[in-house]
Design a protein around this ligand. Structure first.
Ligand SMILES: C[S@@+](CC[C@H](N)C(=O)[O-])C[C@H]1O[C@@H](n2cnc3c(N)ncnc32)[C@H](O)[C@@H]1O
Length: 203
């Protein structure tokens, strides 16, 4: 998938807003954190040390969230396609031996868990069926590199307004895909006050 427009969008955002939830497309830190709390429901025992990959880590707010909410994360591998995001993540997260930040569009490190938040929302002018294939590829990538589970979120198709450059996903399609291709243990969270849903897959 050509992600050059996505990379440009987030690079421009971080240049404009700096370390701020608006840089990663969220209109408030509260909504950014609500997403994290849903994605992290996959962690069965937050007090037992675990490793986690994040695809599209932005400036690293998920890692900060885990530290401030007493998650015993002992290794965080954050991937992003934007050099500027990674540069800001290095500043924001400081010198922490548990953190590894990498420039790549998919995971290549095994961890207990993997998560991703918001990377599938802006498709620009990509065809919807090609974007759906890309999302499924990324789901299989997270599945392959996660020992215990993974989670992701998407804008919901249960809306009455569609912006042409965004992708609104039918949760039933992705629930079915995860059940058939990844694991029997799949949870769909679609009961929180955003026009989005989260899927959690446990192994
Ligand atoms: C919506 S922002 C969310 C950032 C972070 N997850 C958060 O919630 O604070 C998406 C980020 O993912 C990056 N990104 C998008 N697609 C990606 C991919 N396939 N691999 C790695 N990074 C990606 C973008 O550059 C951007 O920094």
């Amino acid at each position: 998938m050509d992600l050059s427009k996505v990379e440009k969008l987030y690079t421009e955002n971080i240049e404009k807003f700096g370390i701020d939830s608006r840089s990663v497309g969220w209109n408030s830190p509260e909504s950014q954190n609500l997403r994290f709390s849903k994605l992290l429901e996959m962690v069965t025992d937050p007090e037992t040390p675990f490793s986690i990959n994040e695809v599209g880590c932005g400036y690293g707010e998920l890692y900060k969230y885990m530290l401030t909410h007493a998650y015993a994360v002992n290794k965080f591998t954050g991937y992003d396609i934007s050099d500027k995001m990674l540069e800001n993540a290095r500043i924001y997260l400081g010198n922490d031996s548990r953190v590894d930040l990498r420039k790549a569009a998919a995971i290549d490190t095994e961890a207990d868990y993997s998560a991703t938040s918001g990377i599938f929302n802006v498709k620009f002018d990509e065809q919807a069926d090609r974007w759906e294939d890309y999302i499924k590829e990324m789901i299989l990538n997270m599945h392959r590199f996660s020992r215990k589970g993974f989670s992701f979120n998407l804008l919901t198709s249960y809306v009455d307004f569609h912006a042409p450059d965004l992708y609104y996903a039918d949760p039933a399609v992705f629930f079915d895909f995860c059940k058939r291709e990844c694991s029997k243990k799949v949870a769909l969270l679609h009961d929180y006050p955003l026009y989005e849903w989260t899927i959690i897959v446990r192994k």
